[in-house]
Design a protein around this ligand. Structure first.
Ligand code: GLN
Length: 247
């Protein structure tokens, strides 16, 4: 029996923009190529299902202020406790943009409205007047990934600032990243990774996808992942790097 690999997709119906769904498709396909039996649990609004504790990797996509307003209360009321328990038990979280912001202490809109987050990431976000939109290239030290770059697309008004317990996912080589001033992008804290990289992120960064899958397999007593032929994915990655350098 092939080992299970379970993805928990938070608010798939509302927090899913700029291709975020591609991250789910990438995790499913690569897990299959690595000889696992992948499945997805959709975690929409309402009480947290029991099987949230079976999840290996939670994915939390982005959303405009309107969508964030529709889910932030549900996240606190119904998901926070189960999510914290699963993460304490070794599950991982990949959160993008609006999802990343709500894992922090709060997100404050440009109009001054505050959406309280669940504080699983030591970050806070306040929207500025100008949106940050465009390609992003990040240099990362995460898990000695090779290549040590991550590429994607950002579109956000939020400026995120890290507290002591959160470390940057990487340094911005191109784009605005967390706040357009301190050259950091994303946040890493324990088993949680937050980032502003849409695009979607994982298809052009297969090394990050395998970082998540590999950690999940090791957590359940499995060995190292076999290497896959990522020539297509890495040429797409390289293409963004070249485009960035031409600018
Ligand atoms: N609404 C948030 C912002 O503007 C998040 C946007 C997003 O997820 N792309 O910053």
């Amino acid at each position: 029996m092939k080992p299970q690999f379970t993805i928990g997709w938070l608010y798939a119906d509302l927090m899913n923009i700029y291709g975020d769904r591609g991250n789910i498709l990438t995790l499913l396909k690569r897990a299959e190529w690595h000889g696992l039996t992948p499945n997805v649990i959709e975690l929409d609004r309402g009480p947290a299902p029991e099987n949230m504790q079976d999840v290996d990797v939670f994915f939390f996509g982005g959303g405009q202020d309107r969508e964030q307003a529709l889910i932030y209360d549900d996240l606190r009321q119904f998901k926070q406790e189960s999510l914290q328990k699963a993460v304490d038990d070794g599950a991982q979280v990949l959160a993008v943009c609006g999802g990343y912001q709500l894992l922090g202490h709060y997100y404050q809109t440009a109009g001054g409205e505050r959406f309280d987050g669940i504080g699983m990431l030591d970050v806070k976000t306040e929207a500025g007047k100008k949106r940050f939109i465009g390609d992003v290239v990040v240099q990362t030290k995460l898990d000695a990934l090779t290549p040590d770059t991550l590429v994607g697309f950002e579109n956000h008004s939020g400026r995120t600032f890290l507290g002591e317990r959160a470390k940057p996912l990487g340094k911005v080589l191109m784009g605005k990243g967390n706040n357009g001033s301190d050259k950091t992008e994303g946040a890493v804290q324990g088993n949680i990774i937050g980032t502003y990289l849409h695009g979607s992120l994982l298809p052009k960064n297969p090394h990050l996808a395998d970082h998540l899958i590999g950690k999940a397999v090791r957590r359940r007593g499995g060995g190292a992942l076999s290497s896959l032929d990522d020539s297509a994915e890495l040429s797409a990655h390289g293409w963004i790097l070249q485009r960035a350098q031409r600018r």
